[in-house]
Design a protein around this ligand. Structure first.
Ligand SMILES: Nc1nc2c(ncn2[C@@H]2O[C@H](COP(=O)(O)OP(=O)(O)OP(=O)(O)O)[C@@H](O)[C@H]2O)c(=O)[nH]1
Ligand SMILES: [Mg+2]
Length: 278
């Protein structure tokens, strides 16, 4: 080994020792930082993961809605106000677009997990607005719908309005019955404070007969033209011996009467709580 080699080795040894000292000092001063950084990264990952999981569960499952629908002037918006803020509105004008709100809960249910995220939606009844809002909603959000409150003005239920309600129900139930197990209905005969009001039994009987007729007409016209998806008749299962019966549908159909003006709508509340729990 000549003098040059010795010098070279000395220089290398010096450089290594200098690097070692530098690294030791760095690790010494950055010990805290080197521990904090992985900890912070883990924490951030946990927070982001938690947020994404929550967001995902909101998108996929939690939301449950109850739809209020029915003919114009049946009392839907008044009911909506009672269910979402506990008070009747001073004045209502005909609804022009859907309005949604959280179900106002009885004190005993306020902190109950099962009763959270329940949405009530009041839809306009006018036929053009129904095509614009209600029917697309049924098609898009069918799995979020927990039940339908169908309002009827029982004080104005003659042959003509019975036919209109029957056509409306026929159209809606055709959609809801397309879903496995259907969707449950509460058909509420409102305005029974007025002396012209009809009893639930009578309304139900008239509706079954009228829906039966509409169903038969539809069947005949279907036999004459080619069946398309839009013309599909899902109410066939509810017809026995030529008679339509609500109780044969996949979804449960409950009838009740009362009037929301005099606080007589407890049947709707009982029904809502029952549907939420089940
Ligand atoms: N007597 C009586 N009148 C009622 C009752 N419920 C609602 N009304 C009246 O019926 C009318 C229509 O009520 P709304 O709640 O606006 O009816 P709606 O179904 O929302 O009407 P649209 O939005 O036009 O489809 C209003 O004048 C209410 O005051 C009731 O239980 N008894
Ligand atoms: Mg309204």
């Amino acid at each position: 080994m000549d003098a040059m080699d010795v010098l070279e080795e000395d220089l290398i040894a010096e450089a290594v020792s200098a690097i070692e000292t530098e690294v030791e000092t760095y690790v010494g001063t950055h010990k805290l930082t080197s521990l904090i950084i992985p900890f912070l990264v883990t924490l951030i990952l946990i927070i982001i993961g938690g947020y994404l999981m929550k967001k995902h569960s909101l998108i996929t499952s939690n939301k449950r809605s109850f739809v209020i629908c029915g003919l114009q002037g049946s009392g839907k918006t008044n009911l909506f106000h009672l269910l979402t803020n506990g008070k009747l509105p001073i004045l209502t004008v005909s609804t022009l677009e859907p309005k949604s709100g959280d179900l106002l809960l009885n004190e005993e249910f306020t902190n109950h997990k099962t009763f959270q995220d329940i949405e009530i939606i009041d839809f306009p009844a006018n036929s053009k607005l129904k095509n614009l809002y209600l029917l697309p909603y049924f098609h898009d959000k069918i799995n979020e719908i927990q039940g339908i409150i169908y309002m009827i003005d029982s004080s104005n239920f003659d042959t003509k309005s019975c036919h209109q309600v029957a056509e409306d129900l026929f159209e809606i139930m055709n959609i809801t019955e397309g879903k496995p197990n259907g969707i449950d209905f509460m058909i509420f005969a409102n305005k029974n404070d007025l002396f012209t009001s009809k009893k639930t039994n009578k309304i139900k009987e008239m509706l079954e007969s009228e829906i039966g007729k509409i169903h038969q007409l539809k069947l005949r016209s279907l036999n004459n033209v080619e069946d398309t998806d839009d013309d599909k008749d899902n109410l066939d299962i509810a017809t026995k011996d030529g008679k339509f019966q609500f109780q044969l549908l996949d979804g449960n159909v409950d009838f009740a009467e009362g009037n929301i003006f005099k606080d007589k709508y407890s049947k709707i509340m009982d029904w809502l709580y029952e549907k939420i729990v089940n």
